[in-house]
Design a protein around this ligand. Structure first.
Ligand SMILES: NC(=O)C[C@H]([NH3+])C(=O)NS(=O)(=O)OC[C@H]1O[C@@H](n2cnc3c(N)ncnc32)[C@H](O)[C@@H]1O
Ligand SMILES: [Mg+2]
Length: 431
């Protein structure tokens, strides 16, 4: 296998040692007798210098004609040169063109209108910035799995083709299912709730689908959903647990992908240092704070982007907002009395908004049926779910964390669409 650029730049190979690298051309500058080529692989970029006399004439001709995104295999001797990017270069002894690339259509992020770059997403995903985001996302997902395993959770694989809404019928995508109709999952929650009766603590990382009619910088029609469900756990114990999960994942991702977060313009030091406790306020506190800030919001209304942004300006850490009015929350949330439910949203600072939605689950079957009806749902379509309350019901809680919301916050991304390789929004399902 080929040597990796990161290993060459980190000094694994001594000056004069010959290595072979496979990569793609970032840019090429030729004066005929000497060609400077910046090549990249998945680990970084480095300069290849091809001189007349060091390579055969054919190879010099190939080097001279290289263009952006040509794929090449280069054999050469390592040489320390502080002027070269990363402080080392490769003096080519052999150079082979593997794949041509004529008139590569992307020549830098700034030069293109975002929609053009989205039309060329299948190519733009090679860019330094999007590669960096995907490396951060990889670190986030693997840190999540590490935390779940260390805390006694089992990873499970719930269905994506489902029969009834979890988060309200208005954002369901309907699919033709043989001679019947079905929907794309909005959340694995109801299935995770059935799995805790055997496994007690379960999690899943799945795509969730929301036919949101909103064009915002934090909504996708398809996103990756990190969800956990825990038997015997109440709301406030879960909040403690969520602090531990979020801090572990942020610390680990910032540690592992420090350079990538910096490259994208994020603040890795903040996420390396993030630790509990996070501020905790109630919905009532939040309403008072917003009204004091001049918002004309009334008790009973939900928070949108602007309200969440305003709330977050009072803190430099994520905040937990608890006990919303039952009217604006899902049917499955446990009744807290006085018209509220035992739920919590985690809102990230600096306007990044809701990252986690979570609650203790209602165990009283009649209350669930009544709330389903009030929300325009047909309880008979939830008979399987209601069985979970008929047979050995236990207190339990669970949460959903948007992977792209989390990655957008860690990377400081302007738009959530850059936290997923191929974004699906109200106006885009291509490429
Ligand atoms: N297992 C559970 O308890 C999860 C629960 N059934 C649920 O789906 N809650 S949620 O609708 O607040 O969505 C959870 C999170 O899912 C993310 N989310 C929710 N909707 C979106 C959209 N449209 N785009 C991107 N991310 C989204 C966001 O971070 C939310 O906090
Ligand atoms: Mg929510």
């Amino acid at each position: 296998m080929y040597a990796k650029i990161k290993d060459v730049l980190s000094g694994r190979f001594a000056d004069g040692e010959e290595v072979e690298i496979g990569g793609w051309v970032v840019k090429n500058r030729s004066s005929g007798k000497i060609v400077f080529t910046l090549i990249r692989d998945a680990t970084g970029e480095m300069q290849v210098t091809t001189r007349k006399g060091n390579v055969c004439d054919e190879a010099l001709k190939v080097a001279d004609a290289l263009s952006m995104e040509c794929s090449v295999i280069v054999k050469g001797k390592v040489r320390t040169d502080p002027r070269a990017p990363g402080g080392k270069e490769l003096l080519a002894t052999e150079l082979k063109l593997i794949g041509t690339s004529k008139d590569y259509p992307i020549f830098g992020r700034e030069e293109h209108n975002p929609e053009v770059l989205l039309d060329l997403r299948h190519l733009h995903v090679r860019s330094k910035e999007l590669v960096a985001v995907m490396k951060v996302k990889d670190a986030v997902l693997s840190a999540c799995r590490e935390w779940f395993r260390a805390n006694g959770f089992y990873e499970v694989t719930p269905p994506i083709i489902i029969s009834s809404a979890c988060e309200g019928g208005s954002t369901l995508f309907e699919v033709k299912y043989f001679e019947d109709k079905a929907y794309l999952s909005q959340s694995a929650q109801l299935y995770l709730e059935s799995l805790i009766f055997g496994l007690e603590k379960v999690y899943s990382i799945t795509p969730s689908f929301r036919a949101e009619k909103s064009r915002t910088t934090r909504h996708l029609a398809e996103y990756w959903h990190i969800e956990g469900e825990m038997a015997w756990m109440g709301l406030y114990e879960m909040i403690d647990m969520l602090e531990s999960l979020v801090c572990f994942v942020c610390n680990k991702a910032a540690e592992e992908r420090y350079g990538e977060i910096k490259l994208i313009g994020g603040d890795p030091e903040y996420f390396k240092a993030l630790k509990p406790p996070f501020p905790r306020i109630t919905y009532d506190d939040a309403i008072k704070a917003l009204q004091a800030d001049g918002f004309s919001i009334k008790w009973g209304e939900d928070f949108g982007t602007h309200e969440e942004r305003q709330l977050s300006t009072h803190y430099d850490k994520p905040i937990f907002v608890t006990e919303y009015p039952a009217e604006v929350k899902a049917f499955y949330m446990k009744d807290a009395g006085n018209g509220k439910v035992l739920n919590v949203d985690m809102i990230a600072p600096k306007g990044f908004g809701e990252v986690i939605g979570a609650s203790e689950r209602e165990t009283d079957l009649r209350i669930i049926e009544e709330r389903l009806r009030r929300q325009g749902e047909d309880p008979s379509k939830y008979e399987w779910y209601l069985d979970l309350r008929r047979y050995g019901s236990v207190p339990h809680s669970g949460f959903g964390m948007g992977a792209e919301r989390l990655v957008r916050w860690i990377c400081g991304l302007e738009h959530i669409r850059d936290a997923i390789p191929f974004p699906r929004t109200i106006s885009r399902s291509y490429p």
